[in-house]
Design a protein around this ligand. Sequence first.
Ligand code: NAD
Length: 477
Amino acid sequence: MYRVEQLIGGVWGAGGDGGELVVADPADGSPVSTAPVATPDEVAKAVTAARGAAPGWSGTAPAERAAALRRAADAIEAAAEELAQATTAEMGKPLDDARGGVAAGVGTLRQYAELGPLRGGRTLHGAAEALDFMLPEPRGVVAAITPWNDPVAVSCGLLGAALVTGNVVLHKPSERTPATGWLLARTLDGVLPPGVLSLLTGGAEVGAALAGQEVDVVAHVGSTATGRAVAAACARTGAKALLENGGSDPLIVDAGVDPVWAAGQAALGSFANAGQICVAVERVYVHRDLAEDFVDLLVERAGALRVGPGRDPQTQLGPLVDRRHRDHVHGQVTAAVAEGARLRAGGTLPDGPGAFYPATVVTDCTDEMALVREETFGPVAPVVVVDSFSEALKRAARSPYGLAATVLTGSMSHARRAARELPVGTVKINAVFGGAPGGAAQPRRGSGQGFGYGPELLDEFTATKVVHLAAPADGHW
Ligand code: NAD
């Protein structure tokens, strides 16, 4: 059992007067961790303490900050197994996936350690006797509010970028993965000066209290509804809101592609991490020519997945994060069926402990169903049959979200049309996951605002000042 402690003003074990939360293992319901809940007063005190530590860290040479980040990456690598085990115990994903998330986080910290000190401003060409330049500065105090679905990778991205650019950080990990956040914070705190990183734990109310504070940036990765609440809070305080939120990513399956391969891609995109990936496939538009074969093969794939606890190395499909989330997923599936959709695989609540949900394939879906329009965040593939690529593109583009989209096609002109016409941050052609390191995009509409990844994330945590140095009145210094 993990016993989480908060880190406020450089002191472990501070606060927690708001009570205690208990996280249950989503595979069997047994208690995994307890975490204190911060009161609004503790949140305010943590922000004041962080503000006090800000000048020291922003005044530290960029190379020294980068060296600290490199040490952090090494320390996290050394603690990788412990972090992966905590992730699986708290949110249920297969252990190998959790290990992958920790490795991704370590890689991100190392990239930011390299990139941080290389960044600079520009010099400008003004009057001959003047000096004009642009100076990147840390923004100051960053509140980082993170989700549970890939807790180490996502947190390392925000924390690494904010710290290396000279900001102090208050981290509020998800109430569903507080021990993972605590282990990460302990590791980072070991290589940072006291007070540079704070850890606040608790649920939505603690996140809301933090987002409402006079901080300089609120970086939120999580649901669209929360992102909107964070944006509203920032509008009141003047803090910058950086939002990486939900999506309802389409997968378009064009005529003429191999249905076996297409079904494999759809299964991977819909069922990996039990569908709990921000860029998971949330709706499938398949051309009528291959729709029947494609659906049969997808149903076969759904039925073949080995279901079990994430700690079992044989497991391919772990449980959902908890029963509250399972109710949300199942509610969307049953509503779609009530509106005329057809269940082809899964879609029933299993008996037994935990929050398991079967890989589910639903056909005869319409764009109006919440299952298609909204984010489901579960192992569900809703299928819509279309008569042309143009129809698929048009329907895929009609969404309140704009995170990512995948197109499977053998046609270069269709691939180029997709890249041009889909109003999303990321377009993937012929692979549901993947992409070159360092890729960064701005999500659109309900999916957020600002770069959440890549070198551009360093810009998000930086404020640029322009300086004009004219010579004194007599022209001499
Ligand atoms: P969530 O928004 O419910 O919770 C995320 C964090 O926000 C938690 O720490 C939570 O306590 C906090 N929070 C909740 N209400 C708050 C409020 N009113 N004010 C401030 N903070 C608040 O999201 P979740 O369920 O943890 O995560 C799943 C969501 O995250 C999905 O929608 C998924 O698509 C999204 N996600 C997006 C990305 C991306 O890069 N776009 C990456 C991972 C996950």
